[in-house]
Design a protein around this ligand. Structure first.
Ligand code: ADP
Ligand code: MG
Length: 300
């Protein structure tokens, strides 16, 4: 149980029953559906939030929804790079990945971070299985050709950052048809078996599209997409997103996130939300709540 259960103990059993009963329409609506969850940011480093996240994922699985977790690991990669005396560099939200950085990315994501998440979910009563994009030949990639956002005649070399060529979701499907919860590290493989570091938002979005997921939920370290004054957009259309990218309101890590979110929304994922992973039980709040939470991305 998470650390914030104390006040719940004071809720009368009758009210608890009422609260649970109110979840029924949502459970019925989403039963048997797939939800892809991008797990990143602070929600991944705070122990109480980690525990609440794991509980939510297990809860979804137990009520018949199929959660698929895709994780990032920016802060953890940064920590190890610093210990090795390297400094992370980003261009348009993508980590510049030289061969040494690629090794670190693989150690951290496919090792420590993935296994931590698997352990957390299992401790909460689930059966998580960790995968990278290599497993089951899931994520084929090639070197990303990154054009400058403002001047497309300029190309940036970001090293071994991958662009997804195709996703074979069969391993994820096999696992989720069973009792398992797939936990995917965003690493792809190329034509010559070389590794690629792929932004986790991009992987989550593409996987959601390939699986024709009902929902894509991106947990981050901010309330959602903010305007220049720091006010939250509760929803965003494609046109507005274009404008916000052009005028620099959307920058850094929000660029691949919003691009992935929009792609998924346009490709048949019914609901795409960027939500605040710093809020305990953010997943259940979004799925079961009827208040707007975070930013919803519209397909048009
Ligand atoms: P993660 O992928 O782990 O969720 P990122 O750091 O990659 O985190 O992306 C989220 C970050 O994007 C935010 O913390 C914020 O600094 C940055 N960002 C840039 N523009 C915006 C914006 N308009 N609204 C919200 N966040 C933004
Ligand atoms: Mg990011």
């Amino acid at each position: 149980m998470s650390s914030n259960t104390a006040p719940l103990a004071q809720i009368a059993p009758r009210d608890k029953a009422e609260i649970l009963a109110q979840a029924l329409p949502y459970i019925r609506k989403y039963h048997g559906k797939t939800m892809v969850i991008k797990y990143g940011g602070n929600a991944m480093t705070d122990p109480a939030l980690q525990a609440a996240f794991a509980e939510d994922v297990v809860m979804l699985k137990l009520v018949g929804i199929n959660p698929v977790v895709v994780h990032g690991g920016g802060p953890q990669i940064e920590t190890l790079l610093q210990r090795l005396g390297k400094k992370g560099e980003f261009i348009q939200g993508m980590r510049v990945t030289d061969p040494e950085t690629m090794e670190v990315v693989e150690w951290v994501l496919a090792g420590e971070v993935q296994q931590d998440i698997v352990g957390l979910i299992n401790r909460a009563g689930g059966k998580a299985v960790g995968l990278t994009g290599r497993d089951g030949g899931m994520i084929r990639a090639r070197k990303l050709r990154m054009l400058d956002q403002k001047d497309p005649s300029v190309e940036h070399d970001v090293g071994q950052v991958g662009d997804i060529v195709s996703i074979d979701p069969s391993v994820v499907k096999a696992l989720q048809d069973d009792a398992f919860i797939p936990v995917v590290s965003p690493i792809g493989f190329g034509e010559h078996n070389e590794s690629y570091n792929i932004n986790a938002d991009v992987v989550a979005a593409k996987l959601a599209t390939t699986l024709q997921a009902e929902k894509l939920l991106m947990l981050t370290n901010i309330p959602g997409v903010l305007d220049k004054q720091g006010k939250l957009f509760t929803e965003l259309s494609m046109r507005r997103i274009d404008e916000l990218c052009q005028d620099g309101t959307i920058s850094g890590g929000m660029i691949p996130k919003i691009a992935g979110a929009l792609d998924a929304a346009k490709s048949g994922v019914n609901a795409v939300h960027i939500i605040d992973g710093r809020v305990p039980h953010a997943l259940l709040l979004e799925i079961l709540g009827d208040q707007p939470f975070g930013t919803m991305i519209r397909s048009h």
